[in-house]
Design a protein around this ligand. Structure first.
Ligand SMILES: Cc1cc2nc3c(=O)[nH]c(=O)nc-3n(C[C@H](O)[C@H](O)[C@H](O)COP(=O)(O)OP(=O)(O)OC[C@H]3O[C@@H](n4cnc5c(N)ncnc54)[C@H](O)[C@@H]3O)c2cc1C
Length: 222
């Protein structure tokens, strides 16, 4: 597997626990919206610890971008990423991933599971093809919502949020369940894209099955 050592260009705080990293793009390196690569911090103690992260920039951008939720308590790759500064280095590897756009539909994301959809929706917007897509974004609280203003502007009434640990006006409350899906999905004949914590993917895919959605209309990361 080829390894690419890349320099961090800039780091931006996106939410209280999510950071955006823009890094130099190696010559000839390319990806499709929704794809990821395994990333390590280029330091002697961390260079062999890898985690996959999704590219969140446009494919045409002159840099690469990752949007990463930090788990300081786990002492894993993201805790190490949290300590980095512009000029420090990451190691990137091959590009892979099962999530790709196969037509208009409903995106259901939980927390940092938004990242492949951020990439896909940005790409659709760039191509003037955003219409016909809806995003259901589940989070614990309003403070956890990644790029809320961006999605609201992009999707208008097709941006639907649900919070599990905060009651707030204009936001649904609870977990995504069958009733919520029926209320918020006007057309079940389109594509479905689901990404988030494993338990959420399992639950939402099960609910979609109960609502008669065939497996081939549902895209998830395997
Ligand atoms: C295809 C793909 C794409 C992804 N893209 C993104 C992305 O774009 N952005 C993003 O933020 N994430 C993304 N992820 C998730 C990411 O790869 C990591 O799993 C996540 O960031 C955690 O990595 P970590 O090294 O910090 O912690 P981990 O390696 O998960 O944890 C380190 C240690 O902490 C302990 N631990 C693990 N889980 C828990 C827990 N629940 N509670 C307490 N302790 C625990 C274990 O001892 C573990 O060894 C993606 C995952 C996949 C599969």
């Amino acid at each position: 597997m080829e390894e690419h050592i890349v320099r961090i260009l800039n780091i931006k705080q996106v939410t209280h626990d999510v950071k955006r990293f823009q890094v130099a793009k190696p010559d000839g390196y390319s990806f499709e919206p929704g794809q990821a690569t395994e990333v390590s911090v280029n330091s002697p103690e961390m260079r062999n610890r890898k985690q996959p992260f999704t590219f969140t920039c446009l494919t045409s951008a002159p840099y690469l971008e990752f949007t990463i939720k930090i788990y300081p308590e786990r002492k894993g790759v993201t805790a190490s990423l949290d300590r980095l500064n512009p000029g420090d280095e990451l190691i990137l590897r091959d590009v892979w991933g099962a999530i790709h756009y196969s037509g208009p539909g409903v995106f259901v994301a939980g927390g940092a599971g938004i990242t492949p959809f951020l990439s896909i929706l940005r790409d659709l917007d760039d191509k003037g093809k955003i219409s016909g897509n809806r995003l259901i974004f589940a989070n614990k609280t309003r403070a956890d919502i990644i790029y809320e203003d961006y999605f609201r502007n992009l999707l208008g009434n097709d941006f639907i949020t649900i919070l599990s640990r905060e009651k707030a006006e204009g936001y649904a409350y609870g977990h995504v369940n069958g009733e919520f899906l029926v209320e918020n999905i006007p057309d079940f004949s389109k594509q479905f894209y689901v990404c988030g914590p494993d338990a959420m993917i399992k639950s939402v895919v099960g609910l979609l099955g109960e609502l008669g959605i065939v497996q081939k209309s549902i895209t998830i990361e395997l």
